[in-house]
Design a protein around this ligand. Sequence first.
Ligand code: ATP
Ligand code: MG
Length: 254
Amino acid sequence: MSKSDASATGSDSGEILLSAVDISVQFGGLKAVDHVSLDVRRGEIVGLIGPNGAGKTTFFQAISGFVRRTSGEVRFRGERIDGVAPEEICRRGLTRTFQIMEVFPSLTVRETLTAAALVRLSMAEARKVAISIAELVRLDGKLDLTCRHLTLPDQKALEIGKAMATQPQMILLDEVMAGLRPAETQDVVRMIQNLRDRGVTFLVVEHNMDVIMSLSDRIVVMGTGRKIIEGAPEDVVRDPKVIEIYLGEELELA
Ligand SMILES: Nc1ncnc2c1ncn2[C@@H]1O[C@H](COP(=O)(O)OP(=O)(O)OP(=O)(O)O)[C@@H](O)[C@H]1O
Ligand SMILES: [Mg+2]
């Protein structure tokens, strides 16, 4: 399904899967996230962009239960999840990847995917899911390789696989494509589109504008803790404020 198909099938008016209202996170005197609200509808891919230090990762941490909020409410599938532990949030169907990859180097691909699947399943079921997820992220030939021997693109695929192994309805992806070559990046883009076609909803942080433009149904821009604007990709990249704080003049005509 392409971006335009997604809106044609009604993601503009679909169920609000994630609703974050008035989220703030303070680190000492620093307002890392400052009263940010954001809705994501089921089936959407929403891009979250902004300069380094804008608060994107902290916002992810706040909605997935990894950091204490100083204000705000988060609902997932209509239920409050603020104050709920990360593992329980994951069990309810909202999972995240980490900007700094958390792959245990001495585990195999199979062990890593099985461990992730155990969030929801018994050991016997988790072992089976590990194999099907490995196929989904094209690591089925590498199930018994230890993670330290994986190439960077395979590590990224594993990161997505780990998220998928928890059988999520929605994934928060934090710079999962950083460091990849263009062709490798395109593989990951296709993988995400494929997973969306299987019903997974995404909120994606990425600095690569080509990726964000080709993936996102909608883009939200943050700058120094605040939400600057949200809208259609083609409108957001032309917004003077977005160009000023993030994109710079070279992308003015993108
Ligand atoms: N645990 C922490 N303790 C104190 N300050 C923090 C902590 N985590 C993040 N910050 C600060 O909060 C601000 C937002 O950081 P955050 O990592 O959320 O930005 P980001 O938008 O994800 O940036 P990047 O694009 O570089 O990943 C920054 O000023 C950062 O230094
Ligand atoms: Mg970050």
